[in-house]
Ligand binder design. Structure first.
Ligand SMILES: [Zn+2]
Ligand SMILES: [Zn+2]
Length: 329
């Protein structure tokens, strides 16, 4: 019998991981809204996740906050808690829970690929692995994001009279796209929809250099030809987009590999940029942790459960409702 139940509740210390309802004590893996909720009494998280929560929901969004740095071990009664980098967004953490001889890792959202807006994923050996499965089907094989950014830059170069409008969620994806552009040598100002400004500023305050960013409200229509603007996906079809000269609607998301999704959202230039593991990375992680038991949640559970069972592991889906990543919809 594990000391963590299927609701991700640690009964011995009455603490939940990423609870959906307000709780006495919560460990929060990262700042996306499906994981970080308002109204817990005590929140334990990385300093960056606490900063993100306070920026989004206000300083009093929890009764109290306890920061825990990556790799620092906290003992509460006979349970030890350690946070490790998940490589998903700034501050994102996997949670290692230890009780007696049993090690349980709750991954939260994670990815294995490089991302210079956050600390890289660290593999944590364990007995029970609770893994997300947002892209848990063999058909999901994420391309190299640098190639996606090259396609964007080629389109910008070929359409100097048009403005490129990239739909990207405000926490994580926006800053990742900006950083990828900088890494590929793009050093022009990048324009931001008003909704993207606050968290970009926070990232910069926390030491992530994003180069020159300009609120699009400060630009004239003519001056936006040949430029790149990042906006919430919902703004692409909005009246707001009329301020741009003949805009090229683009979207950065792991879901852009699904042609139908790109088509439905009216996207001309789909960019497959994911902040979650693809199928191979999920299997790689399952193997490398050495876990004998895999709990799969948060996405397409069945295929991964079946694949784990074929590898001789005990595996089952957790029916946790409502975790569809805002950063990846
Ligand atoms: Zn997330
Ligand atoms: Zn999520």
């Amino acid at each position: 019998m594990a000391f963590l139940n299927h609701e991700l509740h640690i009964g011995r210390i009455n603490t939940y991981v990423d609870p959906r309802q307000p709780q006495e004590r919560a460990i929060i893996t990262h700042g996306h809204a499906d994981h970080a909720r308002w109204g817990h009494k005590k929140v334990l998280a990385t300093p960056e996740t606490i900063a993100v929560m306070q920026a989004r929901y206000g300083l009093d969004c929890a009764g109290s906050f306890q920061p825990l740095n990556y790799g620092e071990r906290l003992e509460i009664d006979d349970v030890a808690i350690t946070l490790f980098p998940a490589g998903h967004i700034l501050g994102s953490a996997q949670v290692l829970l230890e009780h007696k001889d049993c090690r349980i890792v709750v991954t939260g959202d994670y990815k294995r690929g490089a991302d210079r807006t956050c600390t890289p994923f660290e593999l944590v050996p364990c007995d029970i692995l609770v893994t997300e499965a947002t892209f848990g089907l063999p058909v999901f094989q994420h391309p190299d994001p640098a190639l996606e950014i090259n396609r964007l830059l080629e389109s910008v170069a070929a359409n100097k009279e048009r403005a490129h409008l990239i739909g990207a969620y405000s926490l994580g994806k926006t800053q990742r796209v900006i950083k990828l552009l900088r890494e590929s040598g793009y050093d022009d100002p990048i324009y931001l929809h008003g909704a993207q400004v606050k968290l970009c500023t926070l990232y910069q305050q926390l030491g992530i250099d994003l180069g020159e960013l300009v609120p699009v409200s400060e630009a004239t229509k003519d001056s936006l030809a040949g430029t790149i603007t990042i906006a919430p996906p919902s703004a692409l079809k909005d009246r707001w987009s009329r301020r741009f000269p003949d805009p090229v609607p683009a979207m950065a998301s792991g879901w852009m590999s699904v042609k139908q999704r790109a088509k439905q959202s009216g996207v001309e230039l789909p960019l497959v940029i994911s902040d979650h593991c693809d199928w191979n990375e999920l299997l790689q992680t399952v193997k490398e942790t050495g876990a004998h038991t895999i709990w799969v949640t948060h996405g397409r559970e069945d295929a991964l459960v079946y694949a784990c069972q074929r590898m001789g592991l005990a595996a089952e889906p957790l029916s946790l409702q409502g975790y569809e990543d805002e950063g990846e919809e």
